[in-house]
Design a binder for this molecule. Structure first.
Ligand code: LLP
Length: 429
């Protein structure tokens, strides 16, 4: 049986001397396992570029900035690939700002989101001359104004408004409902915008929102844009003009082969036509996509250590675990698991689990696979919120990361050494 192609892009099966083998671009995954070991994160450079260009091309006749959400995957090589294409970046910490700068990103194309920016982080961002702060509360606005005065700078700010829209996604990643901690409450937005205009060292340059992640419909975005444009119009009537609208993150991606989320070009066409019909074609449009640029560009390669038939189900115990990939444990996320060298024998049903001492340490459940100990499996769509959310739980060294470009594979993060994991700890004197 030939397995369906995984949801990931840049990956596919090719025939070899002993059957099919899974490739990333022109490199076979079993060769990567031999060269770099497992578990191993693999990214296709071409898929990342395609993901970014989908936004850029759809926005080509418009004043627009695509600010990649660094949180999705902050590896320097990923940021480097995007910086070379002229991307901006959406950051949520001074750590992410430091990564963008280290990767050759342009700080003047950085927007800074997040509800808890510290004084130190605001100072670092002002010193780097970032494009703008997405302000989420009145006290944050005060803090930015004071910091800018202290540093003799002007701070550009955009208000991140909570439009109270149901994005119909997982509750943990829904951000635009009024019971979420994010954004300025809709009714407080106009008063806060007026206040901004009175601040000493702050310029109001935009208004935006972020309603959630893994959104697979266009309608909630249109609803959100309508609500933001209502505010922009109300401000214009008071003589306050803003230059940009920030629409927040990008579309959700395909995790199952049969899923068909809307195309990025369709989302953007719909949003631009809405802005046009509301007479707002002059606004610069900012997007902060993360998942839709890197999600399907990545896979987590793992090796089967043991097959363990259980009383009620079979387990395939692999060398990757919830510390490497927490999405299934945290969100009950379904991630595609495919064999690197498919077997022709008949499949059995397995739960794919790691060695961590928790029953929540599962990567996939009830999958039909023909497996032997030592086989390689690839977990698809693992480019976003995967390595970026990894931890050292159970004192497990985190995987290496490899970027494939054509027939080349570059190690872009070394596998951690056990000794590094406690190198900054100490015993009592
Ligand atoms: N901008 C802001 C302010 C955000 O909070 C986020 C994501 C993004 C942009 C990027 O959204 P995207 O285009 O990736 O949907 N760990 C979760 C996802 C958390 C998303 C948080 N915010 C997961 O694995 O599903």
């Amino acid at each position: 049986m030939i397995p369906a192609l995984p949801a990931s892009e840049g990956y596919g099966y090719r025939p070899g001397t002993s059957g099919l083998r899974l490739y990333c671009e022109d490199v076979a995954l079993d060769e990567l396992a031999t060269r770099f070991g497992t578990p191993l994160y693999i990214y296709s450079r071409r898929a990342i570029e395609t993901g970014y260009m989908a936004y850029r091309s759809a926005l080509k006749n418009r004043s627009a900035q695509v600010c990649y959400a660094v949180k999705a995957n902050s590896n320097l090589a990923v940021l480097d690939v995007l910086a070379r294409l002229g991307a901006g970046f959406d950051i949520v910490s001074s750590g992410e700002l430091a990564r963008v700068v280290a990767a050759g990103g342009d700080a003047s194309k950085v927007v800074f989101s997040g509800v808890g920016k510290t004084e130190r982080e605001i100072g670092a961002a002002l010193n780097a001359n970032i494009a703008c702060f997405n302000v989420e509360s009145a006290p944050e606005l005060d803090r930015i104004d004071a910091a800018a005065q202290r540093l003799s700078k002007r701070a550009r700010v955009s208000l991140r408004v909570n439009p109270d829209i149901n994005a119909r996604t997982h509750p943990y990643i829904s951000t635009g409902l009024k019971n979420n901690k994010f954004g300025v409450a809709y009714d407080d937005a106009l008063p806060l915008a007026r206040l901004t205009a009175q601040k000493t060292a702050v310029d109001l340059v935009g208004i935006g929102c972020h309603i959630g992640s893994q959104i697979t419909e266009i309608a909630p975005y249109i609803e959100a844009v309508d609500r933001i444009v209502d505010l922009i119009e109300a401000l214009a009537r008071e003589g306050v003009a803003v230059g940009h609208i920030d629409i927040g993150g990008g579309l959700g991606i395909r995790y199952r082969t049969e899923e068909n989320p809307p195309l990025i070009s369709d989302l953007i066409a719909a949003l631009l036509s809405r802005l046009d019909s509301r007479g707002q074609q002059h606004l610069t449009v900012i997007f902060e996509p993360g998942r839709s640029i890197v999600g399907n560009a990545g896979m987590l390669l793992t090796r089967v250590e043991y097959l363990k038939p259980g009383a009620s189900k079979n387990f395939a115990i692999v060398d990757a675990a919830m510390n490497d990939l927490i999405r299934p444990a945290l969100y009950d996320a379904w991630m595609d698991v495919v064999p690197v060298a498919p077997r022709t024998s008949s499949p059995e049903r397995y739960d794919i689990v790691g060695p961590v001492c928790e029953s929540s340490d599962w990567l996939a459940r009830d999958r039909a696979l023909a497996l032997h100990p030592g086989d390689l499996l690839a977990i698809a769509s693992a480019g976003a919120y995967a390595m970026a959310m990894s931890s050292n739980y159970n004192t497990r060294a985190r995987p290496a990361e490899v970027m494939v470009s054509g027939s080349q594979a570059y190690c872009v993060r070394q596998r951690e050494a056990i000794s590094e994991l406690f190198a900054s700890e100490s015993r009592l004197p």
